[in-house]
Structures are given as C-alpha cells and as structure tokens.
Design a protein around this ligand. Structure first.
Ligand SMILES: Cc1ncc(COP(=O)(O)O)c(C=O)c1O
Length: 422
C-alpha cells in the first residue's frame, strides 16, 4: 500500500476501505498508547466505556451545538444536564452555572475574559493583571496574551505550592484575578485554595481555580478515603473553576467545563453582537459552530460511570500511584519527589553517575513516551488506567535503563532532547 504524502487533492476519489487501511497504517509509528506507553494525551478506561463514548458521539455526530437553543433542544438539554451534574459534584450552590467548552484552554480563556470584563465594569480596571503561582498552566499566559492582560507569576514554596506571602505582595490595584491550580500539571500538587480564596475575597479580586486535571478525579479520590484539600466552588472566594471532562472525566476530546459560583457573572463571558446584516449573534463560547458529539458523549459517559464507576477509576489510579512510587524507590539511585497529591508523580536521580534525562531517553528508545520536567530536573508521569496496565513492564525497563546509564559513562542517546510537550 502506497502511503506517500498526498500534496494535491486527487482527481478521483478512493474507496473508503483503502483509505481506512491507509489511516491505520499512518498510526504505525505513534506511541502504543493502548499498551500503556503514553502517560499523556490519551485517557482510557476500558473497551466498554470507549464504545459508549464512541456510539453516543456518533448519535450526535452531525448536530451543531451553536443551534442548542432552537434547532437542537436535545443538545441544549444534554449540555444543561452535564453542567448541572458537574456543578453539583464540584460544590456549586443554587446560583452556580457554567459552560461546556472544547477543552481546558477554552475554559481558561473564557475565565480570563470574564474576569477582565468583570473588572472593567465593576472595578474600573482597564489594563488588568493576573497574579498566579509559577506552577499555573502555560495556557494562562497564552490566553492573557490574546486578551491583552498581564501575568505576574510568583515563586513557589519548597513543596511546590503557592507562596501566600508572595501572592499577597503581588496583588495591586491593577490585579483583577488570582489563579491557582488543583492540582498543577508540573508537580501534581494542590495550591492552598482556601487561603487564596480568603485572600481574593479580602482584596476584592476574581479567583479562578484550574481543576482541569483534578475536577473529575479529586472528588472520587476523596470518596474512597484520600485526603483531598478543599478546592471547589464551595470554597469562599472561588469565582470560577475549570474542569476537563476529556481528561479524568474519560470523555472524548473536545470536552471541558467552565463553572461559576454565580451564574450571573456569565454576562461578562458572553459575546453579543448585532451590527451586521444578519441580526443578533450571541455566544458564550469562543467557538461558534460547535461539535455536539463531545456533549452527548460526556452525558453518556457520566451516566454510565456514575459515582461508583468514577470511584473505581480513582481506586485504580491511586493504588497504582502507590505501587509505582514503591517500585521506583526500589531502584538504586532514583528518588520520588514529594509531595504528590493525586495522579502525577515526579522522580529524579540522586546518583551523580545517572543523568535522569539520559534515563528518560533510554526509556524513549524502548518505546515509552517519557515526560521531562524542567524544574526540578526530573521525569514526570501522569497516571490513568491505561498506563497502569503496563506498570510492571515500565518498572522493569526503568531499572534496566538506570543500570545502562550508570554503566555507560557519557551515554547520550541519539534522541537527547530538552523537555517539551509534543
Ligand atoms: C492544569 C491544566 N490546565 C489546563 C490545561 C489545558 O487543557 P487542554 O489541553 O485541554 O486545553 C491542562 C492540560 O494538560 C492542564 O493540565
């Protein structure tokens, strides 16, 4: 089968059977995510749930969520139910509300936009600034750049959490928002959300909690007995929270939520326009036309799993975290970097003859996608059930790589690379 690059639209069509074959062939060189070799990008529980997710997506494959009001009331109903189930789960009271978005990036973009408009209208701040700990996701700067806002990132405490003193000192009269994570992606730890909420309330600034990773895992880890600090909409001072369904909600990509403690604030998120010939155009999201598949699928997956199913997933992940940490600690020269609050683990080398990036590259050569943390210099792994299936093999190869690097002075694999997410 010829799968050379197609650079021109073909004159004639090709049969689907052949195209399908080509599509599958193109994936040959990707990391084997179903074999648990990719602890990033793909969240997978089991075949049964995948089928529910795919079938429900297909049911709403052609509908457009832009028409949720009139054309497709079904989509509106599904979206409302997903938002209501989630606000209830994440501490929202009777005045809470939210929006279904395409991902964490869009949720955070909209949170910043809402806070910017809120600050302009209610506080007269025209050139607004965001204050956040260094560990907040890169997307905050991406969104701030689009929105003409400034970001001040404050150094972390030694346990990687926000330093309250530095955060407090960074807030000034231009600050419209404080942003913190539950947990942050770089280190997997929760910022002190209650303390930051109290600070935000006292200083009269918007407080956004980025629970893109924790939103659909932390409540269930708590239900099975793990200590999870307060982080949701019930915390005084929290104005908005982002939670990704397409991560630990196990729904298809293109699914996240931006939730508000006060749905009244959504007026600042909204885009309303009528100065064109077609009349009024109103959207709450960045996107206009929106796929309805992720909404239907989120609804189906959430109703398939319920609390019991999500609890079971949390158990698999939390058990695996303990097993992985214990396994790594058995390997001479490696050390777990603590704390780790939920599903993300970092480890480094305490043996000067073992460079942890060289270990990462050796693992890469064995077919494992290995995340490199820049600060601290470490390996970064985020667990989900598909990764868990390969844990024993991972630990076996890891021990072999550490020995290989130790016994091969100057070992520099062909692929030595700087830390990057791609
Ligand atoms: C804490 C956190 N916030 C936001 C995002 C961005 O989410 P997305 O990639 O869905 O846009 C991520 C992605 O990993 C994340 O870990």
């Amino acid at each position: 089968m010829d799968i050379t690059a197609m650079t021109k639209l073909p004159q004639d069509g090709t049969a689907w059977s052949e195209l399908k074959h080509r599509l599958r062939k193109m994936k040959q060189d990707d990391y084997a995510w179903k074999a648990g070799r990719l602890p990033i990008f793909v969240y997978y529980y089991n075949e049964e749930l995948l089928r529910v997710s795919q079938d429900s997506y297909i049911e709403f494959f052609s509908e457009n969520a832009l028409g949720r009001g009139k054309a497709f009331p079904s989509v509106g109903k599904l979206e409302t139910e997903v938002i209501e189930m989630s606000t209830e789960l994440l501490g929202g009271g009777p005045r809470a509300g939210g929006t279904f978005t395409s991902g964490g990036t869009e949720s955070i973009f909209l949170a910043l936009k809402t806070a910017r408009e809120w600050a302009r209208k209610e506080k007269g701040i025209v050139c607004p600034k965001i204050v956040m700990p260094l560990s907040g996701h890169a997307v905050a700067d991406k969104a701030a750049g689009y929105l003409g806002m400034d970001v001040v990132r404050t150094p972390l405490r030694s346990d990687f959490r926000a330093d309250m003193g530095l955060l407090r000192a960074a807030i000034d009269e231009r600050t419209c928002m404080v942003y913190a994570s539950a947990p942050g992606y770089p280190h997997g730890v929760f910022d002190p959300i209650e303390e930051i909420g109290a600070l935000a309330k006292k200083r009269g600034v918007w407080f956004h909690v980025d629970a893109c990773v924790g939103g659909f895992l932390a409540p269930f880890a708590r239900e099975i007995g793990y200590h999870i600090p307060a982080f949701d909409l019930s915390v005084p001072g929290v104005c908005s929270l982002s939670a990704d369904l397409h991560k630990y909600g196990f729904t298809p990509k293109g699914a996240s939520l931006l939730l508000f403690a006060e749905r009244e604030h959504q007026k600042y998120q909204r885009f309303e326009f009528s100065n064109w010939p077609r009349g009024a155009y109103v959207t709450d999201t960045f996107q206009g036309t929106r796929a309805a598949g992720p909404i239907a699928s989120a609804w189906a997956v959430m109703n398939t799993l319920g609390h019991a199913g999500y609890r079971e997933i949390a158990r698999v992940i939390m058990d695996a975290m303990e097993r992985l940490a214990a396994g790594i600690e058995q390997i001479r020269g490696l050390r777990i970097i603590r704390p780790s609050d939920l599903c993300i683990l970092l480890y480094d080398s305490i043996d000067p003859s073992v460079d942890i990036y060289a270990v990462a590259d050796c693992m890469d050569e064995k077919g494992w996608y290995v995340g490199k943390s820049a600060v601290p210099k470490a390996i970064h792994i985020a667990l989900n059930p598909v990764v868990v299936t390969a844990l024993d093999n991972y630990l076996f190869d890891l021990a072999a790589c550490v020995e290989h690097v130790r016994s091969t002075p100057g070992y520099t694999p062909a692929s030595v690379s700087a830390p990057a997410i791609s």
